[in-house]
Design a protein. Structure first.
Length: 318
């Protein structure tokens, strides 16, 4: 029963009230407190039995996790019987209800995407509306989509999640994959113009302490989000979210070595959710904790630099 999706916090109520069903579900993880906007995810344990799911005002994707389970489903007057395996996905567009029956308990990675989020992606790809519809799909097996789904699941389950910018990037790519509208760079620039790149970087530098989104960065240079993501990576050598996190770590490192502010204040001033979030990323990029970094500052010869094998130094274009 891959499309079991609880109502996300702050989202509209279902168009129809749910009918009684014999199955039950238990939420293991939720993105409710991660700051994701326009989309969300949950990891859910689903019991054996019959589940009736009402129509919602958002799109739903459920990805099966773990051992195979035999299931039967009915959606949009289409029936389907299958053995759902690890990675199999059901796609249920907004406005459609469904019914699923699982012969054994299973785990589902459930993603919801608002119509506004999906529509914005469609418009930015300049696709015809008839070619850009999310259609019902049962037991979808798409290795690229699975890769994106597992990356988003890793974010959901991480003790210290990345910047919401990363999750937004993954969900945008998932929508692109679902509608089959991957952006093409034919007859277009393959990198950002130097002045354009400088403008984006200067904006990021000025707003590192704030929540950044792909939409606002792309709008800054009048590009669609899918096109902007590709051009940024080709120009800077890394995805947008990676660059932002690296710059936050670099600024935090500088402030810690200056010794004028405590670690908690530095974490907030550099855009991290809290001190342990900053420590997590400093450990990944620098290989040291904030405390170890401060100690290294007492000996200039031991000051830690970013590992060139872990991340690429970025020079601001002039």
């Amino acid at each position: 029963m891959n499309a079991v999706t609880p109502i996300p916090a702050g989202q509209p109520k279902p168009l129809l009230q749910p009918l009684p069903h014999s199955g039950s579900r238990l939420t293991l993880r939720s993105s409710g407190l991660l700051g994701w906007q326009g989309f969300g995810a949950e990891l859910v344990n689903v019991s054996a039995g019959l589940h009736r799911i009402p129509a919602f005002k958002y799109h739903r994707v459920g990805v099966h996790v773990g051992a195979p389970v035999r299931a039967r489903c009915l959606c949009n007057e289409r029936g389907h019987s299958r053995i759902q395996a690890h990675g199999d996905a059901d796609v249920i567009p907004a406005g459609l209800d469904g019914q699923w029956s699982d012969e054994a308990a299973c785990t589902i990675f459930s993603v919801w995407i608002s119509e506004a989020f999906a529509q914005r992606t469609v418009e930015q790809l300049s696709l015809k509306s008839g070619d850009a519809q999310l259609r019902p799909q049962f037991q979808m097996r798409d290795p690229r989509f699975q890769h994106l789904a597992w990356a988003l699941r890793a974010e959901l389950e991480a003790d210290e999640a990345s910047d919401p910018l990363y999750a937004e990037s993954l969900c945008t790519a998932m929508v692109v994959r679902l509608i089959g509208g991957a952006p093409t760079l034919e007859n277009k620039r393959r990198t950002l113009a130097p002045k354009t790149a400088a403008r984006v970087i200067e904006f990021i530098e000025a707003h590192l302490d704030q929540r950044l989104t792909l939409s606002e960065l792309a709008a800054l240079v009048e590009l669609s989000v899918p096109h902007f993501k590709v051009l940024f990576r080709e120009t800077l050598g890394m995805p947008v979210h990676r660059y932002v996190v690296q710059r936050r770590v670099e600024r935090a490192r500088t402030l810690l070595l200056e010794g004028k502010l405590n670690a908690s204040q530095i974490a907030l001033d550099t855009g991290f959710a809290h001190q342990s979030h900053m420590a997590h990323w400093m450990g990944r990029l620098l290989g040291v904790t904030p405390r170890e970094l401060i100690r290294s500052g007492a000996n200039a010869g031991n000051i830690v630099e970013l590992d060139s094998n872990q991340s690429r130094n970025i020079a601001i274009p002039r």
